[in-house]
Design a protein around this ligand. Structure first.
Ligand SMILES: [Zn+2]
Ligand SMILES: [Zn+2]
Length: 215
């Protein structure tokens, strides 16, 4: 399990980055990304703090990335937020997609899949256009353990079979009780209708490898 979506105290998570990393390590996971909720006001603050951990990443038995989840930014401004995140050193960029459990503005998914982001998180009830753009632009769509957001996991897997975009599974953890291991990630995927759980787990490994190469 490589978990590419977690939150620390630098947004609305309960744990400092060191504890997230250590708890993931103790679960036997092979990698983690800390991806705090961010907008124009907090992207610089979050990345300035998370960057302080970069020099210690080799101290752990798992791979670590530091980034942001661009959250509730107006669709027309998402491109600028991505630019800012890259400028501030974000190693991985997620966008907080149109989950059915929150009033995320319509158009967020579309703006996200048109940008150079890595993962569109909890995209909700995506349509054909989002599916096709995710495929052609290489944006991964998320299946998640997070309550509320997970209600459309089955739809995401179903659409991935039809349109061929790639999927990742994440915890979107905000607290210790949200953390998942590989066995649980496989159950989430099976529950959503994905039998090839290995392929989906490998997608996260591919993202991690690609990102680490760039560092
Ligand atoms: Zn989110
Ligand atoms: Zn999140």
């Amino acid at each position: 399990m490589i978990d590419l979506h977690t939150h620390s105290v630098f947004s609305d998570g309960e744990l400092i980055p060191s504890e997230i990393i250590r708890r993931m390590e103790a679960l036997g996971n092979k990698g983690v990304a800390i991806t705090d909720h961010a907008d124009f006001t907090t992207i610089p603050l979050i990345m300035r703090n998370l960057r302080k951990m970069q020099e210690y990443r080799d101290e752990y038995d798992l791979k670590v990335l530091f980034g942001v989840e661009i959250t509730h930014v107006p669709p027309n401004a998402i491109g600028k937020a991505v630019e800012l995140a890259l400028k501030e050193g974000a190693e991985i960029i997620l966008v907080h997609g149109e989950t059915i459990s929150e009033p995320v503005k319509e158009g967020t998914n579309l703006a996200a899949v048109e940008e150079e982001i890595d993962i569109l998180a909890h995209p909700g009830l995506i349509n054909e256009k989002i599916a096709e753009l995710a495929k052609s632009n290489g944006v991964y769509l998320e299946v998640t353990a997070r309550r509320g957001h997970c209600l459309t996991n089955g739809h995401i897997i179903n659409m991935s079979k039809i349109y061929g975009f790639r999927v990742v599974v994440t915890s979107d953890a905000h607290a210790p009780s949200d953390f998942i291991n590989e066995a649980f990630a496989r159950k989430i995927l099976l529950g959503a209708g994905e039998k090839d759980t290995e392929k989906i787990l490998q997608n996260s490994a591919k993202i991690m490898q690609k990102k680490l190469k760039k560092l």
